[in-house]
Design a protein around this ligand. Structure first.
Ligand SMILES: [Zn+2]
Length: 406
């Protein structure tokens, strides 16, 4: 007996993954070369989160031991055979030789529903996480989320084993619903004294000079519309400002912006019980040198750098930000400005880091969602732990976290 799963959409590397509210539908095909007995045929759609992290060593010799954990965040099951009005029989039912087809359909929910009841671990009733698989440096942690369709053909008696057919599905959650656009822009500012070459940072300035200490200060500010969101494969929506405290009477050589770089940081945290590890991966987005921009001359609007500098800068197609039972993935934009006093001065660095939520921009597949063209998408909750949103969904009660914006 041969079992195959036939989906109504293709699953190639370049095909769109399944999204929340999408339907997973298709057929289970049975090919029987001869008459055979079957007790039951089921199809399951499941999503399993596996996490493993180096355990806190009680015995130093056992320092490489891992603590691991498995959470089933999605589990849906349909019985395809026998029909609902016929009771299953331990003796099974005889199916004739030939091809048999059983249609099935699942609707992928928005929220995860963890079936794990360990009280020492927080189970988040958050959005189902995307498919992913990551390994930390030196294998300090492994974490993966996989979605599967699984067909089981149960057969009577102890001599014939069940037949199992599996198919992995790629999944991407829909982005959180946006709040009304009425919040202040989100920004991060950092500043430092950019001293002339003749003044070392540690040296105490003469009294007359220290009165004008502030005139050495240069500030870097990065702002994004709030909430701070960036989208994979799109340009960066931020503004960058550089301010120099300079007066004409006592000014040192003018502050010059010589270099500008932008990096996207992905911070991953895996937590299993009392054990956790966090690591970051760096994605350079922009690196400009030889800019020679006089900061005092940035007046339209004051301090703003021309957005054309990062016009070609595209956010890479990375796994979006998410939080689930044992794994959190956050993103940060780091802007680094290299500033000197005068064109020949030594470059000194100022950094500004801003926490952003990376969205995929995925939409439900046309003709694959249960929503009609005119129906609005349901509310998609914000990801807890991101952008200052607190962990309010600490329960297995089934209630969704209320939205909270900071
Ligand atoms: Zn869980």
């Amino acid at each position: 007996m041969k079992v195959t799963i036939q989906l109504d959409r293709s699953l190639g590397d370049h095909d769109q993954p399944f999204a929340s509210t999408d339907s997973v539908c298709g057929f289970v095909n049975l090919d029987l070369p001869h008459e055979d007995d079957v007790t039951r045929i089921t199809v399951e759609l499941s999503g399993v989160l596996f996490s493993s992290v180096v355990a806190t060593a009680i015995n130093p010799l056992a320092s490489t031991e891992h603590a691991s954990d498995k959470h089933k965040l999605l589990y849906l099951c349909h019985t395809l055979f026998p029909p609902p009005d016929i009771h299953t029989s331990p003796k099974g039912f005889s199916l004739r030789k030939g091809a048999k087809t059983f249609p099935f359909q699942f609707c992928i929910p928005i929220l995860s529903a963890c079936d794990d009841d360990k009280i020492t671990i927080t189970h988040l009733n958050a959005t189902l996480p995307p498919s992913f698989s990551v390994t930390g440096p030196n294998k300090r942690a492994i974490s993966e989320m996989k979605y599967w369709l699984k067909v089981t053909v149960e057969r009577p008696g102890g001599f014939k084993s069940d037949i199992i057919e599996e198919q992995e599905l790629k999944f991407m959650p829909l982005d959180p619903s946006l709040p009304p656009p009425m919040l202040e822009p989100k920004g991060r500012k950092n500043s430092r004294n950019i001293l002339p070459e003749t003044t070392s940072p540690g040296a105490s300035l003469p009294r007359s000079a220290s009165q004008h200490w502030d005139q050495h200060k240069v500030a870097l500010e990065v702002t994004l519309p709030s909430p701070a969101i960036i989208h994979a494969t799109r340009s960066l929506p931020f503004q960058i400002f550089v301010f120099a405290n300079e007066t004409s009477a006592h000014s040192p050589p003018p502050a010059i912006l010589g270099t500008l770089s932008v990096t996207l940081l992905t911070e991953l945290t895996v937590i299993v019980g009392p054990n956790s590890t966090t690591w970051t991966t760096h994605h350079p987005l922009l690196s400009l040198t030889e800019l020679r921009i006089v900061i005092r001359g940035l007046i339209q609007p004051p301090g703003a750098l021309c957005g054309g500098l990062w016009r070609d800068c595209i956010v890479p197609d990375l796994t979006p930000s998410f939080t689930t039972c044992t794994h959190m993935q956050q993103h940060f934009i780091v802007v680094t400005a290299g500033i000197s006093r005068g064109h020949a001065g030594r470059i000194q660095i100022i950094k500004a880091t801003i926490n952003v939520d990376l969205h995929s921009g995925i939409k439900p597949a046309p003709h694959s969602t249960n929503l009609s063209e005119f129906e609005q998408l349901p509310y998609i909750p914000w990801r807890v732990g991101h952008l200052g949103i607190s962990r309010q969904a600490r329960s297995t009660s089934g209630s969704a976290a209320p939205p909270a914006y900071c």
